[in-house]
Design a protein around this ligand. Structure first.
Ligand code: ADP
Length: 514
């Protein structure tokens, strides 16, 4: 380990005195202590030297013949290059020394000859420390200024992008869910004024379904940092529904954690897409109906008998055409439901009766697949649209049978669930469960299968004859009843589809959408 004493940092001292002996003494004292000393006997030489290579500190004799200390100091302070160098005056005992003048000229201190070594060193040390601190402060100040300028430029850029962005953007606090800022595009899309959004809460602006997506996206952002393109329905001020893709990231604004919500209004794109799909479907329906008619005629044998191979090919053609017709019908059904062309017509109905009908409809399919259908239900009266709920039940049963192994059982049961919060009131729900012990659904597909054309496996439509529209239709019907549909599943163990339908006290008229 080194035992060297801590060395005084070398400072460059300029000593100015017209008496060479004094200078020699000063120089010796300081050099011994590790300082670097430059000595000059004339004020003019000192000024030149200080300008050429500014020292860290100047020791300046007051009384000099050509240019006295005050004069030298005045020159030093007048020059940008030497202004900040601390000057310590040296005066001899008995000299007429004007302390006030010395300080006025910009001196920081004075020492008196004959020198007391410890005093000289202490004063030097103090002023060098102050000087160093000053320099450090200046440096930090410059850095701070640069940092502020950089941040201001970045903020200006962000603000410009925020303002000019064609995408609607909103910033809200995470804790209170309160809007902090929204851009022009957001106001244009939503129909609100800035004063009607900023400082208001998300609950006051977003619809219930949009809020659910927001909270899910927030959870995801907190775990993975960001979320991209979550589809949600945005209700504008005038009550119009817009389809929006929401991307979210967490940011910090003045120490407060906020969500940066960037939206993409795809309403028009969706409308054109739907229009195109329904147009194509309409155009396909007529030729397909006549094709299946012709195929049925061929199959009936009225036009002559076909070879075995011919029969086989015909069966494939009939199966595929039927699937196409199902697809077209499903598309048109969904489109009519979405556009409100098919309304939910509720009547009071015994749900158990409906479950029995659903089982009867699906029995042939279950027998073919060697799957047993089991019903566990008691009578319960609900206000519902029997045709539409039957459609939902048969769809869920058909899926359960399709994805089950021969020999297994599919259970259809109902229970009356505890009270659940629904909008502002508490409502009892009747819960329908369709339970299978089939192949199950992967966790990341549990939500998406309720979207149009979403299947767990791309081959499902080919191998199982599905269209990928069944669950989207079910969701529409159930939500049209102010209900809720979801699935829980375990791979290779099976799935349970749940349908909650609000239980209305008998005799009470249920208003659509209430
Ligand atoms: P499809 O006409 O293809 O059955 P659905 O919308 O009814 O369309 O279902 C979408 C997809 O969800 C199915 O293709 C299948 O991948 C999956 N699925 C639905 N029900 C079940 C189930 N009971 N078990 C396993 N997978 C299912």
């Amino acid at each position: 380990m080194s035992t060297d004493p801590v060395k005084i940092p070398k400072a460059d001292i300029l000593a100015i005195d017209d008496t060479p002996e004094n200078l020699a003494l000063l120089s010796q004292i300081l050099t011994e202590r590790g300082y670097k000393v430059r000595s000059v006997t004339k004020g003019s030489t000192a000024l030149r030297g200080a300008k050429a290579a500014p020292p860290d500190l100047i020791l300046l004799d007051v009384k000099m013949p050509e240019m006295n200390g005050y004069e030298v100091c005045r020159h030093l302070k007048a020059d940008e290059k030497t202004r900040n160098i601390p000057v310590i005056f040296i005066s001899a005992l008995g000299d007429v020394f004007d302390k006030v003048k010395a300080f006025q000229m910009g001196g920081v201190d004075y020492i008196t000859k004959p020198f007391q070594v410890e005093e000289v060193l202490a004063r030097l040390d103090t002023h060098l420390t102050i000087r160093n601190l000053q320099l450090k402060l200046q440096q930090q100040n410059t850095q701070l200024k640069q940092e502020i300028a950089r941040k201001t430029a970045a903020e200006a850029k962000f603000a410009k992008a925020f303002r000019a962005c064609p995408n609607p953007i909103a910033i809200a606090t995470v804790a209170q869910g309160q809007f902090v800022e929204v851009n022009h595009s957001f106001l244009q899309m939503s129909g609100y004024l800035a004063s009607e959004v900023v400082d208001y809460t998300l609950e006051q602006i977003y619809s219930q379904s949009a809020l659910e997506i927001y909270h899910k996206s927030l959870e995801k952002s907190q775990s993975q940092g960001f979320v991209h393109n979550q589809e949600l329905e945005f209700r504008t001020k005038s009550g119009q529904t817009k389809i929006v893709l929401l991307s979210m990231e967490l940011i910090e604004l003045e120490g407060v954690q906020c969500t940066l919500q960037i939206m993409n209004d795809i309403t028009e794109r969706k409308r054109l897409e739907n229009e195109f799909i329904s147009l194509v479907s309409h155009e396909l329906r007529t030729p397909m109906t006549s094709t299946i008619g012709a195929l049925d005629l061929l199959n009936s044998g009225q036009l002559g008998t076909l070879s075995d191979r011919g029969q086989q090919i015909l069966k494939v053609a009939i199966r595929n055409t039927e699937r196409l017709i199902r697809l077209v019908n499903d598309i048109l059904d969904l489109e009519r439901m979405k556009s409100g062309k098919i309304s939910i017509k509720r009547v009071e109905y015994d749900l158990k009766n409906l479950l029995i009908q659903a089982i009867e409809v699906m029995q042939p399919m279950a027998e073919k697949a060697e799957v047993e259908l089991k019903l566990e239900s008691s009578n319960v009266n609900l206000n519902l649209d029997p045709d539409r709920i039957l459609q939902t039940l048969t769809n869920l049963l058909s899926n359960a049978i399709k994805f089950s192994q021969p020999g297994s059982t599919v259970i259809l049961k109902t229970t009356v669930t505890k009270s659940l919060q629904h909008k502002i009131t508490t409502i009892n729900y009747c819960q329908i469960q369709v339970q299978d012990s089939g192949r199950g659904i992967p966790a990341d597909k549990l939500e998406s299968i309720f979207e149009r054309f979403q299947q767990v496996d791309a081959s499902d439509s080919r191998t199982k004859g599905g269209t990928g529209l069944g669950l989207a239709i079910c969701r529409h019907i159930v939500e049209g009843h102010d209900g809720h549909i979801w699935v829980e599943s375990a791979l290779e163990k099976g799935s349970i589809f749940y349908v909650n339908l609000p239980l209305i006290p008998i005799g009470q008229v249920w208003q659509q959408g209430s």
